[in-house]
Write a protein that binds this ligand. Sequence first.
Ligand code: SF4
Length: 472
Amino acid sequence: MARAEKYIPTEKAQAFLDKVTDAKHDRQIINGLKKFLDDRAPEDMLNFYTQEEKAALIAIKGTEQDIESRMPVKITRHYYDLAKNSPPLQTLIKASPAETFDMQGAPDPGNQMDYSPIEGLIHKYELGLIYVASTCSAHCRFCYREELIAKKEIARNDGTVERKGLAQILELVNYINKHNDIVSTNGGRHPDTGREKLREILMSGGDPMVLLNKNLAQWFSALADAGIESIRVGTKELAFYPDRFDDTFFAMMDDFHEAYPEMKFRFMVHFNHPDEFLQKDENDNFIENPDGGLVWVESTTRAVKQLASRNWISIENQAPLIKGISNDAEALRIMQRELKRNRIENHYFFCGRDIIGHKAFNLGIEEAWQLLNKSQQGLSGVEAHARLSITHYLGKTEVVAVTNEPMAGVPGSENGVVIFKLLRGAADAHNKGEVAIVGRNPDAIWFSGYEDRVIFDEAGLFKNSMKSTSSA
Ligand code: SF4
């Protein structure tokens, strides 16, 4: 069999790569549910699942309701230590039979395969998202990449059915070069898609921070040499294993910055609840810092301070609002305030996606909007920057408003309305800012819950097929 062609780093990249060192990380991961069910987990973790929970999970093992065929269980020691006294974190990380009671949902949320010109790349919006890892240090039960992490087979546009694969450096670099060449010879826009030059790549998965420094460094330098100007790193490692942000990682980042000073980094971090980064006293209260603010978990604050001390790195939090984890306005208020105080911007909160089993996780769209608004009462303008977004297959959409009053003379608005606005079109940005207005439905957890009550749809959110198997 012919050997796949390998990416050859430039001389400049090789000089940087030669300096990179890796440290060994022992995340003390428990991989899979079996160790908990067979009582083979470390002794102090044995009661993480109650006897009743274990019995319920054993009863559905191997059936169509099997929890781990939907999404494998994984937890780090660090996250266990945070979760053992935190019900919301337990909901995030512990398997529950409720996840598979109703398996409705889209096998490929957001119809990502429609935007995948090469394996492992989603070229949607103005940026490219690449899958560089198919796991994270631990697994959120509500994961919206469950199809990648659980290695499920997905229908492709060419009619084949296969697992999603990871991006390969050479193939991606060739794609970027070709796309950008076509754009530059066509006056700044691609003639077929209307997209501009690819300037920004979001490294995702899974979590890129499970990779070794040397793998991250290969990606960073290849992307820089392909003309990418900013790299986003989507990661939940600050919650799952903050010690990954160690001296060897920052030495690699600093060497990279020296070699490629114009590259900017955006760490898109993922905190769902303040219990993931704040210390608590014996009465379960957050601890006040005498100099202001609250006391953070030491390893997390160390990592955040290191990231924030580099002015070529920005840090933004984005997280879905999930039932049993985030439906606590006071916790969300504390989280937004503490993140902003520590140089982490509040970027987006998301309505849960229509993944398989989403009914176990998604809050109602209107409830999520009310929750976020309540949580932002009392926050300053800069602390309350986060918007509520929901990802339609046409593009990223904001839930702008939910009204309690009818709109005078407008049929269908008797119980109030919900207003959606397209933030970004999935291809070019021609439809940015267009809105849709629907009559309220407190039970709606996805767009399909409003299909029978559309009042105005300039954005076209309800015009075509919903391209989803879910319903509210
Ligand atoms: S961190 Fe993100 S990709 Fe990883 S399991 Fe959680 S939701 Fe999924």
